[in-house]
Design a protein around this ligand. Structure first.
Ligand code: ATP
Ligand code: MG
Length: 329
C-alpha cells in the first residue's frame, strides 16, 4: 500500500475550516487504501513562542480533533512528532543538505517573519527543512496538504534528490497531494488571504461556539453586486463561501449557484451558517469525548509513536550509514 504522511501544528487549540477542508478531510479519505502516518507536529509549534501548559493541552486537543474528524487509529498511525526523536535527528542531516539561499527563498518564512512581533527565531527559518525530514523518514509517496505547502514539498523533493545523488538512492521522492477545489480556503474577513491559525480575523474555528461561527459567516466580507456567482477573480468572498458550502454538503457549486438564483448573499450566508453548525456539532461532541479520557488518548498516541518509530528508525539508520557515520552496535 502506498505510504502517506502529513502533519498539523498544535499552535492553536482549534483547527480551522481551512485545515479541515484543505488537509484533514483528505487524510481521512486516504487512510482507507494507504499506509498512512499522521502527526501532531509539536516540534514545529515551538518555532514561535508557546506557553508550556497550552502547548501540552493543544497537542492533546489536536489529536482529539483528528480522531473526532475521522482518523481511525486502527487504520492510520497517529502520533506526536516529539515522541519520535528521529524527526529531529534527520532534521539535522537535512539542514546540512540545504543551501542558505535555497532556504531563504521560502515564501512562508518571509510572510511569517514579517508578521512576528517578537524576534524571529532560526527555527522558523529552518522549519521547512524539518518538515522535509518528517516526510522523508517515512518514504511517503503522497503528502496531503493545502496549497500553501507546495513550495515546501518542492524543497523536500530537491533535498531527497540531492541526498540520493550524493550518497546513493536512499529516499523516495514524495508528491504533494493537493485537492484543487479546497486547496486554499480564504479568510472570511480578507478573502484574498489564506485562513490561518496564526492570523486572527475571519477564521472559522472548529471548536468555537458554532453560534460564533455562524455569526462570522453571516458577517463575511462579500463583494459588490448581489448575485451569487462563482468568480474567484472578481468575487473572492462569495466564491470562498460557495467552496466551503459545496465541500461540506457534497453538492456541486453549479447546483448551489442555481439554487441561489434570485436570492442574495444574505440567504447564502445564513444557510451556510446552519450547514456548518449541523456538521460541526457532532464533531465537537466527539472531541469532548476523547478529551474526557486523556489516559486512553495518550495510549493511542503511544502506540502510534511505537509504530512510527519502527519505520523512522530504519530510515535514519540507513541514512547514517550512507553518510559514513559509525553505526552504534
Ligand atoms: P499557520 O498559519 O500558523 O502555519 P495553519 O493554519 O497553516 O497555521 P498548519 O498546522 O500549518 O495550520 O497546517 C495544517 C494543514 O492545513 C496544512 O496541510 C496546510 O496546508 C493546511 N491549511 C492551512 N490553512 C489552509 C487553508 N486556508 N486552506 C487550505 N488548507 C490549509
Ligand atoms: Mg501552516
Amino acid at each position: 500500500r502506498p505510504r502517506v504522511l502529513s502533519g498539523i501544528q498544535p499552535t492553536a487549540g482549534s483547527f480551522h475550516l481551512g485545515n479541515y477542508l484543505g488537509a484533514v478531510r483528505q487524510w481521512v479519505a486516504l487512510q482507507e487504501a494507504h499506509d498512512a502516518f499522521y502527526c501532531v507536529v509539536d516540534l514545529h509549534a515551538i518555532t514561535v513562542e508557546q506557553n508550556p501548559k497550552e502547548l501540552r493541552q493543544n497537542t492533546r486537543v489536536s489529536a482529539a480533533q483528528l480522531l473526532a474528524l475521522g482518523i481511525d487509529p486502527d487504520r492510520a498511525t497517529l502520533f506526536v512528532q516529539s515522541h519520535v526523536p528521529e524527526h529531529a535527528q534527520l532534521g539535522w542531516i537535512m539542514q546540512c543538505m540545504t543551501g542558505f539561499g535555497e532556504a531563504s527563498r521560502m515564501t512562508q518564512f518571509k510572510d511569517k517573519s514579517a508578521r512576528q512581533e517578537q524576534s524571529v527565531g532560526v527555527g522558523l527559518f529552518t522549519y521547512p527543512i524539518l518538515q522535509a525530514a518528517d516526510i522523508l523518514l517515512y518514504q511517503a509517496h503522497y503528502v496531503p496538504v493545502g496549497e500553501d505547502q507546495r513550495q515546501h514539498l518542492e524543497l523536500t523533493r530537491d533535498l531527497a534528490t540531492r541526498f540520493n545523488s550524493r550518497y546513493g538512492k536512499t529516499f523516495r521522492l514524495p508528491e504533494a497531494y493537493i485537492v484543487k477545489d479546497t486547496a486554499k480556503i480564504f479568510d472570511l474577513q480578507e478573502p484574498t488571504a489564506k485562513m490561518s491559525k496564526s492570523v486572527p480575523g475571519g477564521v472559522v474555528e472548529l471548536l468555537e461556539d458554532p453560534k460564533r461561527s455562524a455569526k462570522k459567516i453571516r458577517s463575511a466580507v462579500t463583494d459588490t453586486g448581489r448575485e451569487v456567482v462563482f468568480d474567484v477573480e472578481n468575487k473572492p468572498g462569495v466564491s470562498n463561501l460557495l467552496t466551503i458550502y459545496s465541500a461540506l454538503t457534497g453538492r456541486t457549486v453549479e447546483s448551489l449557484v442555481a439554487d441561489y438564483d434570485g436570492k442574495g448573499y444574505g440567504d447564502l450566508k445564513k444557510d451556510l451558517g446552519e450547514v456548518f453548525t449541523e456538521w460541526v456539532t457532532p464533531v465537537q461532541e466527539r472531541v469532548r469525548m476523547y478529551l474526557d479520557d486523556v489516559a486512553s488518548l495518550d495510549k493511542i498516541l503511544a502506540s502510534g509513536a511505537e509504530r512510527a518509530r519502527e519505520v523512522a528508525a530504519g530510515t535514519l539508520r540507513r541514512t547514517y550509514d550512507k553518510i559514513g557515520f559509525v553505526l552504534p552496535e
